[in-house]
Design a protein around this ligand. Structure first.
Ligand SMILES: Cc1ncc(COP(=O)(O)O)c(C=O)c1O
Length: 399
């Protein structure tokens, strides 16, 4: 490989921000204070992401999807910004309740629930719940006078990295049957929802799903439609470039302009808010030359903070913390996690400058579906989360 190709391939893996715009001195300070592996939750990024999305979706109520990252400081920050919350479990209800969030600011979007989960949601005051099939709707017959049902429809997307309409959502053809059953039992249906898939690379599936939902609302006009919930899916740039959020949302807003009057719009963003708000710092703890490649063993891997590489199909932008010459020598390398499992590899066949034991690597955009799905396999603890107000501010404070 010629040097230019090597530099380009490393640049592809490494986000230029890590190399160029990151304040290395602040990170060095954090490393001096905290033992790796650790993640840094930057609350100023939470503000930025939430406000950018709200600006791109004017008038849409944002229900933050806790499942992507449920750190209490992040939730408190979003509460302060006026966010609503998308919940899926009793654990998530307990968490938001403990932070002073009330049920009327939440929506329960898990389409499959145990009776005790329905009861807990109602007791919490969260009456808006999602169903996507007849058997689920029947579970609400005893609670007919207490709930507002949103029916989740499936719109498959080839553009989404994580296709969520494969597992949940009814077809448009099934809707009349569900609406009839609801009517027979006086269960109030108030809205439609969908989730076209997480990390959607094109907004057109969402825009088309909005148009189809609107057409259904107009045809089935015997229902008093109050809400259309357009789900999550808003993408962030990992290795791939994605549309700036205002461009991504423009066709979505265009489609929403056709909504019948009086229908409120909800969205359930997770990744877009949480992913850029967290980075991870890991150390090289071992090094071995195996064949043509150097293996670097890190103190965290796919069983820990990098779990999204397994469950979420994400590959995070990474770079060494120590300054390096992008036109200098690069070598074929492997970055491996610490566990005894051979699947625990964070990056294979990558070109890196020579690293030494003790060197630090920084992974960016590691807030969504990372610590949330991390395990403690091999009894390695999950990385701790250090909360800062603004990582770029030299006078940052740990919260
Ligand atoms: C019902 C529901 N809402 C919202 C989200 C968040 O989606 P995203 O992270 O793509 O914004 C998910 C993700 O799995 C989901 O299942």
């Amino acid at each position: 490989m010629d040097k230019q190709t090597i530099v380009e391939s490393f640049a592809e893996l490494s986000h230029p921000d890590v190399l160029e715009t990151f304040d290395r001195a602040s990170l060095e300070e954090l490393v001096a204070k905290h033992e790796t592996p650790f993640m840094v939750l930057d609350l100023s990024e939470v503000d930025y992401q939430y406000q950018s999305l709200q600006a791109a979706l004017p008038g849409v109520k944002l229900f933050y999807a806790l499942k992507s990252l449920s750190h209490p400081e992040l939730i408190k920050r979003l509460k302060g910004l006026g966010s609503y919350f998308d919940l899926a479990t009793i654990g998530e209800i307990n968490l938001v309740e403990s932070l002073g969030i009330t049920g009327d600011r939440c929506i329960h979007t898990h389409p499959i629930k145990k009776d005790k989960e329905i009861k807990r949601s109602l007791e919490f005051g969260c009456t808006r719940m999602v169903v996507d099939n007849i058997d689920e709707l029947k579970k609400f017959i005893p609670y007919a006078d207490q709930v507002e049902i949103i029916i989740r429809v499936s719109f498959r997307s080839k553009q989404a990295v994580v296709d969520l309409s494969r597992k949940f959502g009814c077809s448009l053809e099934e809707l009349p049957v569900l609406l009839d059953l609801a009517k027979q039992h006086n269960i109030e249906v108030v809205g439609l929802s969908f989730h076209v898939g997480s990390q959607s690379l094109s907004p057109m599936t969402q825009a088309n799903a909005i148009r189809s939902s609107i057409a259904v609302m107009k045809v089935m006009n015997n229902v008093k439609w109050k809400f259309l919930d357009i789900g999550g899916s808003f993408p962030v740039s990992y290795q791939e470039a994605v549309l700036p959020i205002e461009d991504f949302c423009a066709p979505v807003m265009d489609a929403l302009s056709e909504l019948p009057e009086g229908v409120e719009v909800f969205a359930e963003p997770g990744r877009f808010i949480s992913a850029p708000s967290m980075i991870e710092l890991v150390s090289v703890v071992g090094k071995a030359k195996r064949g043509a490649r150097t293996w670097y063993y890190l103190d965290d891997g796919v069983y820990g903070g990098f779990s999204g590489q397994m469950f979420d199909h994400a590959v995070y932008p990474l770079a060494p913390l120590k300054p390096f010459d992008p036109t200098g020598d690069f070598f074929p390398s492997v970055l491996a996690g610490p566990t005894c499992d051979s699947i625990d590899v964070v990056a294979e066949d990558i070109e890196l400058p020579e690293l030494e034991i003790g060197d630090i690597l920084v992974g960016k955009k590691m807030g969504a579906y990372t610590i949330a799905s991390a395990t403690e396999f091999n009894y390695y603890p999950k990385p701790k989360v250090v909360v800062v107000e603004d990582i770029f501010d030299p006078d940052y404070t740990d919260v």
